[in-house]
Design a protein around this ligand. Structure first.
Ligand code: C2O
Ligand code: CU
Length: 462
């Protein structure tokens, strides 16, 4: 996960080698860029996560171990063949990427299941640079809980150069004392904040430490891919500035104090490493009753003596600016439901209905989706009026489009452009967007137990 400047150049060269050749002329006689697909093999394996020997029933993509961090380039085509070697159906959702609906990876809504031994080809061009991630959208509590959460880095050649880059995939595991999986959830916790993991990791390691150049500027890309945990992240031992949230550069960067990051969210930091060789910088989660080290960075070599002020701002992503004057308001109420039976679903219904959007519980990924929560006209601006009358915090996530945070009843907000908003208990928030991507787009809480016990719906853009 540590990329030095030299390795970064190498990584881009590799991306070039399997990415971006110029293909033959297409049938219209226009030369088009083609791309050699990478292969993502979904399979079951074992991995070393605790001192108790290997954990069985790990699910992952790639060679075994953590799913590979996929590097893409903004504006350049990317292709991947998903090969399903699990003994259940799966799909891939590219979380945060504004790509065509048929590439979105939601069974029934956007594509069929990919059954065991079947292959599915994904091909798209990421329009935005930043830190994103990928995961299945099928039996998600199990598949994600057992390992299938990987990070995506979309590079922008115009991004400022850092001296190093460290990518952190933060997640937990529900393991018993013997290091093997235990039940993925408890119904009474699903009806509350969700069921927490028992073993915390970053990049599938407990409190890993990475070397970084002393006095250097390091880009730390953090993806919270856990199914439940909300982090309150803090950096001890170095100055850090928040440069992007959920892939999108913040309007103006600011010093990291403590920032809450929920399931599905990403945080990009610029960290100025200490000058003294051997000094250790700690990324901590201070939300827990006891402070937890997530990962640490150790300064190596003679100080590069860089200054945070040297860093050029990240270029903004090309997200359309909503027209607030003409925007139509659409209400969404996130609520708890009575305990009636959720619709059955092959794709991982948990069998309970605890939550709802606009009073309708839906676990998602079912063959008979409910009606869309709203129909949006292509190209028009909307304000989502979101209300959370529950006593829980919900990271509410929209597929396919990014929205801008306009105002909150609970706190001052920055005009962040994002795909996930962490809505607090009793908070009301206004999120604005241009409905510029046609299709059916899922809108759900990213605490997966909330999603799968009803807090899921979709909007239709036509
Ligand atoms: Cu990470 Cu439906 O999404
Ligand atoms: Cu929730």
């Amino acid at each position: 996960p540590l990329l030095t400047r030299r390795n970064l150049l190498k990584a881009s060269a590799v991306a070039g080698a399997y990415g971006l050749g110029i293909g033959a002329a297409n049938r219209f006689g226009i030369a088009s860029e083609t791309v050699d697909p990478i292969e993502l093999v979904a399979h079951t394996t074992q991995a070393s996560l605790t001192d108790q020997g290997p954990t069985r029933d790990i699910m992952t993509y790639g060679d075994g171990g953590m799913p590979p961090t996929l590097r893409m380039v903004r504006g350049k085509p990317f292709a991947a063949n998903l090969v399903n070697r699990l003994d259940e159906p799966t799909t891939i959702h590219w979380h945060g990427l504004r790509i065509p609906n048929r590439m979105d990876g939601v069974p029934f809504l956007t594509q069929p299941y990919v059954y065991t031994e079947d292959t599915y080809s994904y091909e798209f061009t990421p329009p935005d640079a930043g830190t994103f991630w990928y995961h299945p959208h099928c039996n998600t509590l199990t598949q994600m809980g057992h390992g299938m959460t990987g990070v995506i880095v979309v590079e922008n050649p115009d991004d400022p150069m850092f001296d190093a880059e460290i990518t952190l995939n933060l997640r937990d595991w529900r393991l018993g004392g013997d290091g093997q999986f235990i039940a993925m959830f408890k119904p009474r916790d699903a009806a509350r904040s969700g069921t927490f993991g028992t073993v915390r990791t970053a990049n599938w390691k407990r409190e890993p430490q990475y070397d970084a150049p002393a006095g250097g500027l390091v880009r730390v890309r953090i993806a919270a891919t856990d199914v439940t945990r909300i982090y309150s992240l803090k950096l001890e031992g170095a100055a850090a500035e928040v440069i992007a949230i959920d892939g999108n550069p913040v309007p103006s960067r600011f010093a990291l104090d403590v920032l809450m990051i929920g399931p599905g969210q990403r945080l990009d930091l610029a960290v100025r490493m200490p000058d003294a060789e051997g000094a250790v910088v700690r990324l901590e989660d201070v939300r827990a009753s006891s402070v937890q080290t997530v990962a640490s960075f150790r300064a190596i070599g003679a100080s590069l003596k860089r200054e945070m002020g040297d860093l050029a701002p990240l270029p903004a992503n090309p997200v359309a600016e909503p027209d607030l004057a003409s925007a139509k308001e659409v209400p969404f109420i996130l609520s708890a439901t009575a305990e009636d039976a959720a619709k059955d679903s092959f794709c991982g219904s948990l069998g309970y209905s605890f939550w709802a959007i606009n009073r309708v519980p839906w676990p998602g990924d079912t063959a008979d989706p409910t009606a869309p929560l709203a129909e949006l006209k292509l190209g028009r601006s909307y304000i989502f009026d979101l209300e959370n009358p529950t006593p829980r915090t919900h990271p509410i996530h929209l597929h396919g489009m990014s929205f801008k945070v306009i105002s909150s009843s609970a706190r001052p907000v920055m005009p962040l452009v994002t795909d996930t908003y962490l809505i607090l208990p009793d908070e009301k928030v206004k999120l604005a967007l241009v409905a510029d991507n046609p299709g059916d787009w899922v809108f759900h809480c990213h605490i997966i137990e909330h999603q799968k016990t009803g807090m899921t719906g979709y909007v239709r853009v036509v």
